[in-house]
Design a protein around this ligand. Structure first.
Ligand SMILES: Cc1cc2nc3c(=O)[nH]c(=O)nc-3n(C[C@H](O)[C@H](O)[C@H](O)COP(=O)(O)OP(=O)(O)OC[C@H]3O[C@@H](n4cnc5c(N)ncnc54)[C@H](O)[C@@H]3O)c2cc1C
Length: 412
């Protein structure tokens, strides 16, 4: 059944977290007749950190089924290339894929959830539940009741912490530097070398890569696009703490906003890049006004459901970005949950069990494959015979071109 506006007798869901997974879950449930309210901590509409997202079929399916659609979603890339430190091509693989930006995805799903059901400036403080229902209590004093609560509140999920306080994100030992260069700012020969493809370089213990995304205001026209540049680099916990400290000496343990990153931290990264990175990808970095970094964390919740509560997206599992599957996994979680609720209409417990049974294995696979793909950056030794066996394939140039952000591990 597909309906666009909930009736007075509709089942009620509370969604905590108004980013991609929360919005998709809201749209998918609304289309099944639920009344859904989304509560987002941010006091203002979310804004992209301006980075890229690789699209896999499950993401496109969720967008279509939610009513958001996939119109002008992104850019088609045709192949993958690897450079060595001198810029010589040392690997090439045909690999058609669609790449998009976080902003585009957010725009597509945000516009189909009416403002009257999307509540900014609501930070969840606690959850209470019993046989009759579930209640969300917010820091601003408001409390809301429903039949179901969905925790779509990201890797530091307050919802998860309430049930599993011991499960916390673990720092991987490395971080990701990122930024966007305008296509028009690139030298023509470099633009031709990197555009319309994924490009890679593997300096010792690191990984640099890039791919095109839309320009400002989702401009997909040639010449107006941007190149999404990424450098995974190791950083000790002590170095990370220093990097998370701003120019006034304030420490940002939950992540530092790009504007607060100290100039000398960026300058030191740029200086290291000059002797480490293939010339094509170095040129892209030089055209990025303000690169920023995000630490890479691991998180696998041992349980996705707790009574009337379900976790989706990063709140349930964080897949390191090497799998390029985080947003697709989040969309797949939302889709699976909505379908389970439709199939087991009226029996919430059966629906949530069905959801967990369907998604736990996928989340686990994303989690482990992400860790394996990143192991040569973190320096973590293989833990099992299988990991030892796979390491050689996953950490070769051909293997990386084949496995990074490919989604193939789920078909194996
Ligand atoms: C603003 C923003 C920009 C992003 N940009 C990129 C990008 O450019 N590239 C990329 O690969 N990934 C990006 N991500 C991450 C990406 O969206 C997620 O990893 C993935 O899509 C899974 O999404 P999610 O909705 O599960 O979690 P998230 O996207 O992390 O969203 C969680 C949401 O929950 C909210 N929240 C947290 N705690 C509470 C609380 N107690 N009460 C209420 N709300 C709460 C947060 O404010 C956030 O909006 C971004 C995330 C955000 C929030």
């Amino acid at each position: 059944m597909v309906v666009d506006s909930p009736s007075d007798t509709a089942r009620r869901a509370i969604i905590v977290g108004g980013s991609t997974s929360g919005l998709l879950a809201a749209a998918l449930l609304r289309r099944r007749g639920w009344q859904v309210d989304v509560f987002e901590r941010s006091p203002v509409e979310l804004e992209g950190r301006g980075a890229g997202i690789v699209c896999h079929s499950e993401l496109l399916e969720a967008l279509e089924e939610s009513g958001a659609g996939t119109n002008a979603i992104g850019i088609e890339v045709g192949e993958r290339l690897a450079f060595d430190e001198s810029g010589t091509v040392i690997g090439r693989r045909p690999f058609p894929q669609t790449v998009t930006s976080w902003d585009r995805l957010y725009q597509l799903v945000r516009r189909i959830v009416p403002d009257s059901y999307y509540h900014l400036d609501h930070t969840l403080a606690a959850i209470e539940q019993d046989a009759a229902g579930v209640r969300a209590i917010f820091e601003n004093g408001r409390s809301v009741e429903g039949e179901l609560l969905i925790g779509a509140d990201g890797f530091r999920s307050t919802v998860r912490q309430q049930f599993l306080p011991a499960i916390t994100p673990q720092y991987s030992g490395y971080l990701i530097w990122r930024g966007l260069a305008d296509e028009a700012a690139l030298q023509p020969d470099i633009r031709d070398a990197v555009f319309d493809r994924f490009t890679f370089h593997f300096p010792q213990g690191a990984e640099v890569l890039g791919y095109p995304i839309a320009g400002k205001n989702n401009d997909l026209r040639k010449g107006n696009r941007r190149y999404n540049w990424v450098w995974y680099r190791r950083a000790s916990e002590a170095d990370l703490d220093a990097m998370l400290t701003d120019a006034t000496g304030r420490y940002h343990p939950m992540g530092i906003s790009p504007t607060f990153i100290r100039e000398e931290v960026i300058a030191s990264m740029r200086a290291a890049a000059r002797t480490a990175i293939a010339p094509q990808l170095l040129h892209v970095l030089e055209k990025i006004e303000r690169p920023f970094f995000t630490p890479i964390y691991d998180l696998l919740s041992p349980q996705f459901t707790f009574g009337r509560v379900a976790l989706i997206g990063d709140a349930a599992v964080v897949a390191r970005p090497h799998v390029g599957y985080g947003t697709t996994k989040a969309a797949g979680d939302a889709l699976s949950l909505a379908r389970a609720l439709e199939a087991d209409r009226g029996d919430l417990s059966a629906a949530l069990q069905r959801y967990q049974a369907e998604r736990y294995g996928i989340g686990e696979q994303c989690f482990y494959r992400g860790r394996q793909l990143g192991a040569w950056i973190s320096g973590a030794p293989p833990r099992t015979a299988r990991e030892r066996e796979e390491a050689e394939e996953l950490h070769s140039v051909a293997g990386i071109l084949r496995h990074v952000a490919s989604g193939e591990f789920l078909q194996m």
